[in-house]
Design a protein around this ligand. Structure first.
Ligand SMILES: *Cc1c(COP(=O)(O)O)cnc(C)c1O
Length: 363
């Protein structure tokens, strides 16, 4: 029998494995000269204070466990946003925060509702935690219709602006969803809110069932540090903390707490980089439209584009061969589009040049 596989019947342990289909993040190509516009990272470095905080970090400081409450970071966020510390939860990227929120708040027999075209991690967490869910189709223009969320459910979650479309749902319509869902937790995933939208944070006073989730990965240029946070009523935050402390007390590393605190304290730099990206995005809308691309009006740091005549998959492959990475999703409706992250003006010029040449050569 040596060298041979054991018979299937012996491997009973296989039947007890939790089988899941994981979320697939965008490619992180290594080395060489390339333009990376595929995972919505910020092309600018984090605030200068972040590098300084990391320089001051002594390896000896890593000997002890970090503060489980990440108080320094929570305090900085509380001050920056005019909230109480009891209204803030922090985690290892907003993926960690959202995962904890799903686990904490979506514990009903009724289905959780989210859009059919949205962040593809939502169905993955729902499957992992055994949460029933139903999707609500976006309209022909990729907009969320608040009426779709006006029915019995076990909770609601949607990104605003939505991903991968970039569409922003005006606050008055976010409030419409809240008004019709007072008995469940409503999670607004604001990963891209700093690029022009209006945060639902202002509704926290009126809706104690509202959880607003944000991240350092996009507008604060710190995807590699993994910091996310949520704003909510003290009751919601306490419930999330109880779940977190039942799973892993020490989620935030000392470097993440110190670097995050430094980033939040520099609002000037934050406004400046966000301003540069929104200006580049508005220019990209003009340049891409002139080349025959159409797209929903994005309020995020990316554009969801399709060409009048050339299939998205063909463009994706041509760009990739030219060392320009953008995101291509398979699946109904989204397969006709490319999601292009807004980079620096220089990176975008190279993108426009490549596309102009490719489209001209194809004619
Ligand atoms: C990027 C993104 C996140 C998660 O980002 P983290 O890096 O985990 O903070 C969450 N939601 C949406 C819609 C995103 O696009």
């Amino acid at each position: 029998m040596t060298g041979q596989k054991e018979p299937a019947a012996v491997r009973a342990w296989e039947q007890n494995i939790r089988r899941v289909t994981p979320y697939v993040p965008g490619e992180q190509p290594q080395g060489g000269r390339l333009i990376k516009l595929n995972t919505n990272e910020n092309p600018y470095p984090p605030a200068p204070g972040v590098a300084e905080a990391l320089r001051k970090l002594d390896a000896g400081m890593l000997r002890k466990y970090p503060d489980p409450a990440a108080s320094a970071l929570v305090k900085a966020l509380a001050e920056a946003y005019g909230l109480a510390s009891e209204q803030i939860f922090v985690g290892v990227g907003s993926d960690d925060v959202l995962g904890m929120a799903f686990l904490t708040f979506f514990n009903s027999e009724r289905p959780v509702l989210f859009p059919d075209v949205t962040y593809s991690f939502y169905p993955v967490w729902a499957e992992l935690f055994g949460i029933p869910y139903e999707t609500c189709p976006l309209d022909a223009a990729f907009a969320i219709d608040p009426r779709d969320y006006d029915r019995e459910n076990g909770g609601v979650v949607f990104p605003n602006p939505n991903a991968p479309t970039g569409c922003f749902l005006p606050l008055r319509q976010v409030e419409d969803i809240l008004r019709h869902n007072r008995d469940v937790v409503v999670i607004v995933d604001e990963a891209y809110i700093d690029f022009g939208g209006e945060s639902a944070r202002s509704l926290l006073d009126r809706y104690e069932n509202l959880l607003v989730v944000q991240t350092f990965s996009k507008s604060r240029s710190m995807a590699g540090m993994r910091i996310g946070y949520a704003f909510g009523s003290p009751e919601l935050i306490k419930a999330m903390q109880d779940v977190k402390y039942s799973y892993n007390s020490y989620t935030m590393s000392l470097p993440a707490v110190l670097a995050g605190e430094a980033a939040v304290r520099d609002q000037e730099y934050f406004k400046e980089t966000v301003g540069k990206i929104t200006a580049t995005r508005e220019n990209a809308k003009k340049r891409l439209a002139a080349m025959g691309f159409t797209f929903p009006d994005s309020m995020a740091n990316f554009l969801f584009i399709r060409h009048r005549t050339v299939p998205a998959k063909e463009l994706y492959e041509a760009l990739r061969a030219g060392r320009i990475y953008v995101r291509y999703f398979t699946g109904p409706r989204v397969c006709d589009y490319l999601r292009v992250t807004v980079g620096t003006d220089e990176e975008m010029e190279e993108l426009y040049r490549f596309l102009e040449e490719y489209l001209a050569a194809r004619d």
